[in-house]
Write a protein of this length. Structure first.
Length: 213
């Protein structure tokens, strides 16, 4: 935050319609002045719509007073974002393995959820898990996270599992029950994964499908 590199990075997104800026990085890392930087960016770039928390829950889960500590940080982030001249959304990464461990009170401060299945072998449960979140948190916007690499095994996600997760997400979008798909591309695009080539072909297949507003 507030570095020339960060400002240059923001400029690179200037033609995108909607941008969320990180307030926590890998492993939940924070400097602490991210919210102030986002408020400043929002003055210059109207497409800055809010903040994103990656790996937030996992930093606290399993520790004493985890829920209260997370609530304290969320209140701090929310308070900082509320200083912007227009409303800023707050989104979070939620891993399927954490679904039963997160205190529902935390979502009073969260506007959007991205659901990620770490191991492709658990993708057969994606519908059940998504519908549980949908029922419990109807107010929040929702995106389905799509991995192309299975990190536990280090192998590409098999084609049948790529189709399962992508087709499920498209089905939910067509029913207006999901706000979109988000593809994890950093570190795995352009290195020859067959799952990437599968995804390219699938996008070509469905790119003209109309999604209700």
């Amino acid at each position: 935050p507030f570095s020339k590199d960060a400002l240059g990075y923001a400029e690179s997104f200037c033609r995108m319609d909607s941008v969320l800026w990180s307030v926590t990085g890998s492993g939940g890392f924070r400097i602490g002045n991210e919210e102030a930087f986002i408020c400043e960016l929002a003055e210059k770039y109207p497409n800055i719509k809010g903040a994103f928390m990656d790996d937030f829950f996992g930093l606290y889960l399993g520790k004493p007073n985890a829920a209260e500590d997370m609530l304290s940080v969320l209140k701090q982030i929310r308070s900082g974002l509320d200083k912007a001249s227009r409303p800023m959304e707050l989104w979070v990464t939620w891993y399927a393995s954490e679904l039963s461990s997160v205190d529902p009170r935390l979502f009073d401060y969260i506007d959007g959820i991205t659901l990620w299945t770490w191991s492709y072998k658990e993708l057969t449960l994606v519908r059940e898990r998504y519908e549980s979140i949908e029922a419990r948190f109807p107010r929040q916007k929702k995106l389905l996270g799509i991995y192309m690499l299975d990190y536990p095994s280090g192998e590409p996600v098999p084609d049948d599992m790529m189709r399962l997760q992508c087709e499920f997400g498209l089905e939910m979008m067509k029913q207006k029950r999901m706000d979109g798909l988000v593809f994890l591309t950093n570190c795995v695009m352009g290195v020859g994964l067959p799952s990437e080539y599968w995804l390219r072909n699938w996008i070509d297949e469905v790119k003209n499908v109309e999604i209700p507003d």
